[in-house]
Design a binder for this molecule. Structure first.
Ligand code: NAP
Length: 237
């Protein structure tokens, strides 16, 4: 029987690309997100054994019911996030940093907790962190601290929740709607600058990160690992 992966944040970007890759491997996939229309639109671009669920990962009280509606499954991918908390340390508003923790760290934490009742013990949990948590990029103290907090969970949970395998992928700059706070005109020079800084000479595509996630799901000897998938950006940014 095919394995069932639940992707919270599966209606866009990295989560959507991961869903597509797993569906192509004939697995069962549930994509979850807050916006029903966005889930429906994503679903139209995907074929195979796909299910959708409207849920808000930041609403901790609702999460046990959301996971109960899904039922038992094999793998959880947490691909939701927040752009809050970016900016120079001297001026980034503390409220933004707190918002970033609310929208990413506590949402990932709460989802992982609530999922445990339904997540197969021999399955896997994959967080999406970000390279800002491992690099030393000026202007990322707030957002980097949130992503480092996610990364810190990985070895602890891999030991505590064994035999469940717990890993993370830590992407660099990836061309997804996450960057839509910029217009296309603003985005182009920002991406060109990141591409020039990145050893592989380009920004990432969601499919680049999806391959790393799919590897962590499939390889039953991988646990407690954070794969930095950034084209080498952390070495030069
Ligand atoms: N793109 C990058 O350059 C980059 C780099 C490093 C790390 N990351 C991380 O990668 C992850 C995925 O980012 P992405 O680039 O794929 O972003 P994206 O294209 O904006 O997708 C985010 C997904 O998360 C869902 N989501 C957001 N908040 C949610 C919530 N509270 N509950 C349920 N679903 C929620 C969104 O759907 P709804 O809005 O409908 O809920 C959407 O499906 C994030 O954690 C991000 O921090 C991204």
């Amino acid at each position: 029987m095919s394995e069932h992966t639940v992707i919270v944040g599966g209606s866009s970007g990295i989560g959507l690309a991961t869903a597509r890759l797993l569906l192509d491997k004939e697995q069962k996939v549930t994509i979850a997100g807050r916006n029903a229309a966005r889930l429906e639109a994503a679903g139209k671009t995907l074929g195979g054994n796909l299910h959708t669920l409207v849920m808000d990962a930041a609403d901790a009280a609702s999460l046990p019911d959301s996971f109960a509606r899904i039922g038992d499954f094999d793998h959880l991918v947490l691909a939701l996030g927040s752009g809050k908390g970016a900016g120079p340390f001297a001026s980034v508003p503390l409220a933004d940093v707190r918002g970033g923790f609310e929208e990413k760290v506590y949402a990932h934490f709460g989802c992982a907790q609530a999922a445990l009742a339904h997540l197969r013990k021999e399955g896997s949990l994959t967080f999406i962190s970000a390279v800002t948590g491992q690099a030393a990029m000026p202007g990322t103290a707030g957002i980097g601290a949130a992503n480092a907090a996610i990364a810190a969970l990985v070895p602890i949970l891999a030991a505590e929740l064994r035999p469940l395998r717990v890993n993370a992928v830590s992407p660099g700059v990836v061309d997804t709607p996450w960057w839509d706070f910029f217009t296309d005109e603003q985005k182009a020079p920002v991406f060109a600058d990141y591409a020039a800084k990145t050893p592989v000479g380009r920004v990432g595509q969601p499919e680049d990160i999806a391959k790393a996630v799919a590897f962590l799901i499939a390889d039953t000897f991988m646990s407690g690992q954070i794969i930095v998938c950034d084209g080498g950006l952390r070495l030069t940014a």
